[in-house]
Design a protein around this ligand. Sequence first.
Ligand SMILES: C[S@@+](CC[C@H](N)C(=O)[O-])C[C@H]1O[C@@H](n2cnc3c(N)ncnc32)[C@H](O)[C@@H]1O
Length: 490
Amino acid sequence: MPPNAALKPAKGWTPVDAQTLLQEISEYCRRTGMAESTFGRLSVNDGKFVNRLRYGGRITTDTLARVRTYIASHPGRGGGNGARPVILPPVPRTPVSRIESRVPTLQPVANAAPPASPERNFRFFDNRQKYLLFVNTCSEKWVVAQRVGLELANLHPRPPAVRVFDAGMGDGTVLTRVMRAMHQRFPAMPFYITGKEISLEDVRLTLEKMPDRFFEHPATVMVITNLYYSEAPWLVPNSVTAASSLVWREVPLSGNTARDFEEQVTGLQPFLAENWRAHVSPKSGNPVYERPVVLILYREDHRFLLDSVIPRPGATRADYDLVMASQPYRARAPLDFKARRVVAPLARALGPGGRLLGIHSHGNDPGLEVIQKIWPGEDPFQHDRHALLKAVKAELGNAGRDLNFNAYADGRSLFRYDMHTLPNEISNAIGTSTLFAAWNAAVYVAQIEDARLESVISDRKYLEATREVLMKHGGLWFWDESYVISRRRD
Ligand SMILES: C[S@@+](CC[C@H](N)C(=O)[O-])C[C@H]1O[C@@H](n2cnc3c(N)ncnc32)[C@H](O)[C@@H]1O
């Protein structure tokens, strides 16, 4: 069957039916731990089926029947007939109050985490392994941190702290490097740092890097939250229901060595496994938190000094000196989404003199050349910084009148990062693992979905294409572009 055949309009089919079906598929995938692309392939022989349905595709009554038959006849680990929502037992919540908990040291993580339930531990980032390989084989996160570091010279922090917001910590590589640079520049100022991250695995990876930061810069308040862009800078959920279930956890770290802090951060694993849960919205396809969480870490021996910096429920503010937004949206997301849902709320969170540094991929590099050898004409990077800033300005209207929108000339905005290679690695005989790493970086940056990859990796053409590009340029590199939105100082 040609891929689009499943999506021809069906008589009597309405968008409401599409939403219902999407919900059924999403619940099924969550329960069985199956990727949506796999579901599409197995049920109707089309890996892009669910995505197309989400973006307005219609389906035939025959396809509808095939999807429902597949769900009913493959109940998976969750049991039951796939169309019924799974009702989960309620989980006790930490009430909204100032909670000061000394976390137990060295809990065995495997025993401490509650048993995995597939529908709640659903891994929504199907590009996770690609991300981790990319972060470790390319210099992007170093170079991004360097670019953020340059902004520190333009900050004018006011007491009681330097305030920084990371709009998506990822694995925490960028934030950790930025915190080192902050310590070098502002060694004696308290730090208030908020990091937004919805992925449990990324929160773990970031926390693991923090003990040394608390050791070197004791006057640090670190807040980690899974709230949305429009909520996280203020630490307040928008909806009353979400606000009433907010988990607010304060963790004063005892001791004074990095090892002390590491033990206590490791002891947070059960709390994280219990509370940092997310699923995919069947309506938007975006990750959604199950309950909002705010986790606050600081050194107990600095509590007196940090008293006016530690946020309290109902008494929080944004007013950031620096907002870093590195790769905060998908390249192919609509311009309006990027502007309205991501960048505009972050711009609102700037304090007087505050600066928002945005960074996203630019293309026009050997990485895109690899992609276009396999998918001619492919161009994932449709909105440049100029278009984005224009859309953000329009979105903010009057609220943007004391903001400057700086697209800068290419010479200042664009920066390059490379795949790490050894001096003699790019030769006539490029090793297969180097080719794999280069291919991974190219498809990761171009955000090619797994379903599209499956059809091209069945033969070696993609490795040949990668080899040709590496040979031609003597390596692999990419361009990112950056922009700054700054608030006037008075
Ligand atoms: C909130 S974002 C970025 C996290 C962090 N600020 C960073 O720069 O790594 C996390 C998601 O952005 C995407 N991403 C990160 N770096 C990317 C890059 N260089 N090119 C394309 N997508 C990227 C990945 O899908 C990743 O899961």
